[in-house]
Design a protein around this ligand. Structure first.
Ligand code: ADP
Ligand code: ADP
Ligand code: ZN
Length: 214
């Protein structure tokens, strides 16, 4: 099974991906996570991408498609893929078709998380994650069960993204509207898009996605 989770920044793509990984043994392919790892490791790609990411703009199609291609190459062919934050442009959507075909895979579902834009800034500015295992949290909506301790791994260090501020989020939302939302008709024409109310609580969103996948 190969699926795309689509939605603006803060829609819940990463949160739902992590939950599907835990429940279904699928693999999350997040270009945002891959790029942040490259920035941290100061690779040539990371050095080129950092300023673009900090500004909330899109990194080049060639770079992100190469990252996705390399990840799929290394994956067991029986493991399902969850594309989180990719594709984000029509060029990336076309590249993904080619990459999937090369690996004998095809898209089963595109799940669009529909959210109210007014809620996204609050979601983004409250977002943080475990510095050790990456589990995602929110100051209001998903706090660790024990204050200051990761539910998953027990670590006590957390981190916040430098681009999770109100100004950058506005740019990222505009990028989504201008470049990413227009790719939905491509998948609508294939009859593989399901729309999910991303304003429901986290558990309810997962249940709805599970129902679509089963
Ligand atoms: P969010 O989940 O908040 O939408 P991501 O972690 O997916 O954010 O992406 C963070 C940043 O990384 C983006 O603002 C962009 O600069 C870059 N990025 C991630 N994925 C892509 C992509 N598919 N194409 C271009 N840029 C990307
Ligand atoms: P994305 O990957 O689409 O940018 P995330 O999954 O990282 O979004 O979610 C953004 C923030 O909102 C996180 O802090 C997360 O805990 C929180 N969040 C995600 N889904 C929901 C939801 N359905 N209701 C409330 N908060 C949510
Ligand atoms: Zn952890």
């Amino acid at each position: 099974m190969n699926i795309i989770l689509l939605g603006p920044p803060g829609a819940g793509k990463g949160t739902q991906s992590q939950r599907l990984v835990d429940r279904r043994g699928m693999r999350q392919l997040s270009t945002g996570d891959m790029l942040r790892a490259a920035v941290k490791a100061q690779t040539p790609i990371g050095q080129r991408a950092k300023a673009v990411m900090d500004a909330g703009e899109l990194v080049s199609d060639e770079i992100v498609s190469a990252l996705i291609s390399a990840e799929l190459e290394a994956m067991d062919e029986d493991t399902g893929a969850i594309f989180d934050g990719y594709p984000r442009t029509a060029v990336q959507a076309a590249a993904l078709d080619e990459i999937l075909a090369k690996h004998g895979r095809s898209l089963d579902h595109v799940i669009e998380l529909e959210v109210n834009e007014d809620a996204l800034v609050e979601r983004i500015v409250g977002r943080f994650s475990c510095a050790n295992c990456g589990k995602g949290y929110h100051d209001i909506f998903e706090r660790p069960k024990v204050e200051g301790v990761c539910d998953v791994c027990g670590a006590t260090e957390f981190k916040r993204r430098p681009d999770d501020n109100e100004e950058t989020v506005r740019t990222r939302m505009a990028e989504y509207r201008a470049k990413t939302a227009p790719i939905l008709p491509i998948y609508d024409a294939q009859g593989i898009v399901s729309r999910v109310d991303g304003m429901a609580d986290i558990e309810a969103v997962t249940d709805r996605i599970e129902a679509i996948l089963s």
